[in-house]
Design a protein around this ligand. Structure first.
Ligand code: PLP
Length: 391
């Protein structure tokens, strides 16, 4: 029985994991599961990675927390490294994806306020998007299933279809502060932005003087084969939210921004007790060591190609169950012609952990350092589960 002392916001299956090792999770009874969901793109280097464990233990022996009342060396170092490797000039740390997004939403509004344009408070989000579960982030994403019953009105957010540049152009007004979007929509169904869309959004933002914010909480930190997914385009955002894989399993969120976009965030404008915590930023530095290791990002692309062509082969064998594969790098979705929850449960029974996305997508977010053996094993399980469903 799952514990009824937990609030009923989740409905996990009965399995209880006890330990993890690389791409595998083990139950108390010793049952071994291949983890192709990674805590939703969080354990980017699998479980119990020696470099990450060593970093955490080492910091645990020193000190855990001071708050931002004092300098935090590991946070300064992490911010510096993120700045060196991205478009950003400054970084703000929170403890989750939602907090990273929230910091960016506040920043977009405060920018215009500081420039004397107090009317510019509205944020344009994309339909079918996901930015977290706080009041502001559900408002920005605008999914009625997530906003219903939680607030009055739209909290200053408008929504347009993802990929529709004309709709965005028509929505921008003299009240708009900025636009937020995921370069690859995650929860919405593993949907990469159409080719040229990010460039077109950037151009519109520049022409109208509004800010462009990317939510790379799921698609960032090497997941697509670049450190951040915007690098597949020719643009740079003003603001970017990171989290999930950034901590490799330790909770952390980061809001990256240009100097211009973040100049408004002066002492007293924003903050967090835990943000930049030494344990979190030490582990994130260790994660960054692994992501930036020579060849890792190219390996993500290589494994992605292997996994995609394998998925296409399995789908071709089972055309009544599986459709096309979509996504970028190791953020992949397979269209399901049977209910995705049913397929997911059967795969789990066969010891392969996956996720779902959108209404009919099976979501795969394997560890970035997976091997060809893991891919073979996952494809074999998928193939035999499909055969079982057909019979
Ligand atoms: C998971 C996710 C979030 C929210 O992150 P939390 O850590 O759950 O607050 C926001 N945006 C995207 C794209 C995500 O995938």
């Amino acid at each position: 029985m799952t514990s009824s002392a937990l609030m009923a916001t989740y409905a996990p299956p009965e399995i209880l994991f006890e330990k993890g090792e690389g791409a595998y999770l083990f139950t108390k009874d010793g049952d071994k599961y291949l983890d192709f969901i990674s805590g939703i793109a969080v354990t980017a280097f699998g479980h119990n990675h020696p470099h990450l464990v060593a970093a955490l233990k080492n910091q645990a022996d020193k000190y855990w927390h001071t708050s931002n009342m004092f300098r935090i060396e590991s946070a300064e170092k992490l911010a510096e490294r993120l700045v060196v490797n991205t478009f950003a000039d400054h970084v703000y740390f929170g403890n989750s994806g939602a907090e990273a997004v929230e910091a960016g939403l506040k920043m977009m509004r405060r920018n215009h306020f500081d420039q004397g344009d107090e009317k510019r408070t509205r944020i344009i989000g994309m339909k079918n998007s996901f930015h977290g579960r706080t009041i502001a982030t559900v408002a920005a994403a605008g999914n009625p299933a997530h906003t219903k019953g939680f607030f009055d009105g739209d909290l200053g957010c408008d929504h347009v279809p993802f990929g529709d540049i004309d709709a965005l152009r028509n929505m921008i007004s003299d009240k708009t502060a900025g636009v937020i979007l995921e370069p690859v929509q995650g929860e919405g169904g593993i949907l990469p932005a159409p080719k040229g869309y990010l460039e077109a959004v950037r151009k519109l933002c520049d022409e109208t003087g509004i800010l462009m914010m990317l939510d790379e909480i799921q698609c960032g930190m090497g997941r697509t084969g670049k450190l951040f997914a915007y690098e597949w385009s020719s643009i740079e955002p003003d603001i970017l939210a990171s989290a999930k894989g950034l901590g490799g399993g330790f909770p952390i969120g980061a809001c990256l921004a240009t100097h211009k976009a973040s100049a408004c965030m002066v002492v007293g404008t924003h903050g967090s007790t835990f943000g930049g915590n030494p344990l979190a930023t030490t582990v994130a530095n260790a994660v960054l060591d692994l992501v930036l290791e020579d060849g890792l990002l190219d390996q993500v692309t290589e494994r992605s190609n292997q996994l995609k062509s394998g998925l296409d082969e399995v789908a071709a064998k089972h055309p009544t169950i599986l459709g096309a594969t979509q996504g970028l790098g190791l953020m992949l979705g397979i269209k399901c012609l049977v209910p995705n929850t049913e397929l997911l449960a059967k795969l789990r029974d066969a010891r392969l952990l996956t996720g779902r996305a959108g209404t009919d997508i099976l979501r795969l977010l394997p560890p970035l350092n997976l091997t060809e053996t893991h891919i073979r094993e996952a494809l074999d399980i998928l193939d035999s589960v499909c055969t079982e469903i057909e019979s």
